[in-house]
Design a protein around this ligand. Structure first.
Ligand SMILES: [Zn+2]
Length: 287
């Protein structure tokens, strides 16, 4: 059973939840995306012509020494279990990239996870993991459960950021909100490709969204933010889970977590998400 380094924080800290997003730095104001070379930046994503460019890059992991000793346990686990390296291997086996994309997990000095188009990197901050841990602890989970759900929720956020990275790398069209598109990529990849671990990731993210919606202060609700409100992200996550297998997850509806009025549309919603993302990624799939 894991012992936690965050007991002190949980014991003495009121929730510092910000009912907002997990990737405030992505596409920050003033950011200018780096231009791809002309051969790899064609916008006709349905032509398949990009295949002629070949595989121009890989997901690559960049490691750092931990700066704040209170994150040493997380850092040790990240470096021993190598979740980023495993994710990079899976993604590199599945997708052609026009350029490298760097994956980082580190202490950043802020509760965040973000894709930065300037250096084409995804950064997962230990502070955000700590925030998830606090969120689950405050809601009543014991140390062990909260620690496990922290890693589950982070997997959802990681694939959300990969969604931003792919939209940028392939210049994918997004006709709705990019934040919602990234959430849905994460949900469908987790639910469709990653088995029980993926299902746990979407449930944990939904749980975190709900808790943050419940405990977040009204004044912190930022309706101008490009992310959906946590309540919406909670219901959308549940809808994707239910839509992926209505029989298996019928308790989401029968137990009253997801209203029937929404649930009846979730199967189509899930299938449309899968179809849309698979179509967009088809020119870039290796197999
Ligand atoms: Zn985002």
């Amino acid at each position: 059973m894991p012992r936690n380094l965050f007991n002190l924080i949980v014991a003495c800290t009121a929730l510092l939840l910000v009912a907002g997003c997990f990737c405030r730095s992505d596409r920050a104001a003033g950011d200018v995306p780096v231009e791809d070379d002309p051969a790899s930046s064609q916008r006709d994503i349905t032509s398949g012509k990009r295949r002629k460019n070949g595989d121009g890059g890989d997901f690559r992991v960049e490691l750092f020494d931990v700066g704040n000793s209170r994150y040493k346990r997380i850092d040790d686990e990240i470096k021993s279990e190598k979740p980023l390296e495993k994710a990079a291997d899976q993604l590199n086996g599945a997708l052609i990239l026009p350029h490298d994309i760097t994956l980082r997990a580190k202490d950043c000095g802020e509760q965040n996870a973000f894709y930065d188009p300037r250096d084409r990197s995804v950064t997962m901050c230990y502070e955000l993991m700590e925030r998830f841990y606090q969120t689950f602890r405050v809601a009543g989970d014991n140390e062990s459960v909260a620690y496990g759900k922290m890693f589950d929720a982070v997997r959802f956020v990681f694939l959300h950021e990969i969604g931003h990275a792919l939209i940028d790398a392939y210049s994918l069209p997004v006709t709705g909100g990019e934040e919602d598109a990234a959430d849905r990529l994460s949900a469908f990849v987790n639910l469709r490709e990653l088995g029980d671990e993926g299902v746990r990731a979407v449930f944990a993210a939904a749980d975190a969204f709900q808790i943050e919606a419940k405990f977040g202060k009204t004044k912190e609700r930022n309706l101008a933010d490009e992310h959906l409100l946590q309540e919406r992200r909670f219901y959308n996550s549940l809808c994707m889970i239910y839509g992926s297998n209505a029989e298996k997850y019928e308790n989401i509806v029968t137990d009253g977590y997801l209203p029937k009025e929404r649930a009846v549309r979730c199967r189509n919603e899930y299938q449309r998400t899968v179809q849309s993302w698979m179509t967009l990624l088809e020119p870039w799939r290796k197999n």
